[in-house]
Design a protein around this ligand. Structure first.
Ligand SMILES: Cc1ncc(COP(=O)(O)O)c(C=O)c1O
Length: 380
């Protein structure tokens, strides 16, 4: 039996009747863009996150880019973020005309290390963009404190963290805006591209909505800004409404699977007694950390091992497909050559050691047991 690392067909089968009905309704309505599903989804998603407004966009990348543009952050401005992320984070910043300034990460959560913000600050810094990577929140308290004292905008990249919390508060509600992706593999995934910005600032929401719709204001054919076309279409909105109704149970199942894997790693004797302290990773496999102030939603289950490549080959031979998120940090991409200002030792180290095990709500117990057996035979 094969255990795929991602299985979007299974995600469709799991909710087939509800999704098919939603799609059929949209097709019959004859309204495919800017219809009632978009308006309803925006309201429902804002409610689910617990904020005033959501503006849906054509992608998560555009959610970030349009937020920066709406805040007037562009040419000559710097945005402090991480290199260890999906390259889209940095791509959205440069699309807005600004410069990403990369700082290093916490070696256990793989998220932005807030203590490093100060050293990256310059007279051009306008914003901080924490990325809640893999579903674990960034420690937002020191990030907000740092930004507040300096008049910087905090824009959260929540693309991988729908429903994650930091000290009980949902990510996306700390900064001036939270940017989400509905790329099909995400915790809340569309059947195509999609994204959204959540914000408590009604004026900012209106500006982003206008920028995403060709700069049009509330009056049709009256264009206030030089905008883009980046709208979530009705089919995607209708399917996302269905999946949003199940998101709590999906996140719960992701956490169950994460627990199962951690127990399997411990039972196989693979976990080191002490988690890595940066370079202290002697042998074995380090499971993902969940800080006591955090609720992880396990978009990805990323383990770390000095023997990553051998482990990956072993799992592959046992039918267990894995992935690496991400093998090349943003500052090592040709597209961002020359951007690095200060070394990123933790980022550099983890890229050769991280491995994502299969994790999605539809993963059944038989397949989980197969992964556990493969881990156990690796230990042997
Ligand atoms: C951390 C992160 N930021 C931004 C994005 C951009 O989202 P999208 O693919 O919807 O443009 C993604 C997803 O690819 C992501 O994982």
């Amino acid at each position: 039996m094969e255990v795929p690392c991602i299985d979007l067909a299974a995600a469709y089968q799991g909710l087939k009747a509800e999704l098919d009905e939603a799609v059929a309704r949209v097709m019959a309505s004859g309204i495919y863009v800017l219809g009632e599903n978009l308006a309803a989804f925006e309201q429902e998603f804002a409610g689910w996150i617990g904020t005033a407004a959501a503006v849906a966009t054509g992608s998560g990348t555009d959610a970030i880019y349009l937020t920066l543009k709406a805040l007037g952050i562009g040419a000559g401005d710097e945005v402090i973020t991480v290199s260890h992320t999906a390259v889209n984070t940095a791509m959205a910043i440069v699309k807005a005309g600004a410069t990403p300034v990369f700082i290093d990460i916490d070696p256990e959560t793989y998220c932005m290390e807030p203590a490093l913000l100060k050293a990256a600050l310059t007279g051009r810094t306008r914003a901080v963009m924490p990325v809640h990577l893999y579903g674990h929140p960034v420690d937002m308290e020191p990030v907000m404190e740092f930004a507040a004292g300096r008049g910087l905008a905090v824009i959260e990249d929540c693309a991988q963290a729908h429903g994650a919390t930091c000290r009980g508060r949902t990510v996306g509600t700390f900064g001036v805006a939270g940017c989400f992706s509905f790329y099909p593999t995400k915790n809340l995934g569309a059947c195509g591209d999609g994204g959204a910005v959540v914000t408590a600032d009604a004026e900012l929401a209106a500006r982003i909505r206008s920028l995403a719709n060709c700069g049009q204001g509330s009056e049709r054919y009256l264009n206030i800004y030089r905008g883009d076309v980046s709208r979530l279409d009705e089919l995607q909105a209708a399917m996302l409404r269905v999946r949003l109704r199940h998101l709590h149970e999906f996140n719960h199942r992701r956490r169950e699977i994460a627990d199962y894997y951690e127990q399997a790693l411990v039972a196989a004797g693979l976990t080191p007694a002490v988690r890595s302290a940066g370079d202290g990773l002697a042998a074995g496999i380090v499971p993902p950390a969940e800080r006591d102030w955090a609720r992880h939603v396990y978009h990805l289950y990323v383990i770390r091992s000095k023997e990553r490549d051998r482990l990956r080959a072993h799992l592959e031979a046992a039918g267990v497909r894995t992935m690496v998120h991400y093998p090349r940090p943003a500052h090592r991409q040709p597209a961002f050559a020359g951007l690095l200002r200060a070394p990123l030792p933790v980022t550099e180290q983890v890229v050769s050691e991280i491995l994502s095990l299969p994790l999605y709500p539809e993963l059944d117990d038989a397949r989980l047991e197969q992964v556990a057996r493969a881990l156990k035979s690796f230990a042997a």
